[in-house]
Design a binder for this molecule. Sequence first.
Ligand SMILES: Nc1nc2c(c(=O)[nH]1)N[C@H]1C(S)=C(S)[C@@H](COP(=O)(O)O)O[C@H]1N2
Ligand SMILES: [Mo]
Length: 212
Amino acid sequence: MSEGEEAGGTGAEQRPRLPPGQAVRHEHRPLYYGRVPTFRPERWDFRVFGATESLGTYRWTWQEFGGLPRTDVVRDFHCVMRFTVPGVPWGGLLATDLVRLAPPSPEVTHVMAWGEYGYSANLRVDDFLDDGVLLATHRDGVALAPEHGFPVRLVVPHLYGWKSVKWLRSVEYMVGDRRGFWEERGYHNRADPWNEERFSHQEEPGDGPPLR
Ligand SMILES: Nc1nc2c(c(=O)[nH]1)N[C@H]1C(S)=C(S)[C@@H](COP(=O)(O)O)O[C@H]1N2
Ligand SMILES: [Mo]
């Protein structure tokens, strides 16, 4: 978005607040790497593993997962490809509710969100537990479309979209940081759109583990 657009009009408060370099796109065209996985409810499960407080792994079948508490949130969605979809209504399990069901060990600093086919994204635990982070099953009040991540996707609305892992299958609790799929391939380890943290070459020391 240009500065002119930001300054335009009288009521900046009436416009969606846009992070730098983003433009509004109302149509939410799906974006992903690879192909849409086939959902097989009898084989599907959701797991929390790694540094749990109990040292055990948590597992829910599709039926059990459907019985977990559901919360609705509305958030703008920022893709690193420079578009922002304003006000997306999601529904699902809050990350803060997940960690109450599957408590992490106190040493946990980061989580890895794992999708089908090994797609992954790493997050600081504070980012994972931020307000509005959701394991979404619904969008606009109906089940997610397959290409948007059915049956479950992560939504991390305050970070660039690649952190919002579609076809989410597990969350790994980690006692240190490790890069996910795009974070290993040139994208920023943290991905805060308000700081335009797009690429790994912008990282400051301490923003992420060394690149191999
Ligand atoms: N499993 C998986 N999740 C993914 C991706 C992907 O390629 N695979 N793409 C990411 C990127 S780059 C973006 S911008 C969002 C796009 O979500 P949408 O298609 O619902 O808009 O999904 C993210 N989640
Ligand atoms: Mo993206």
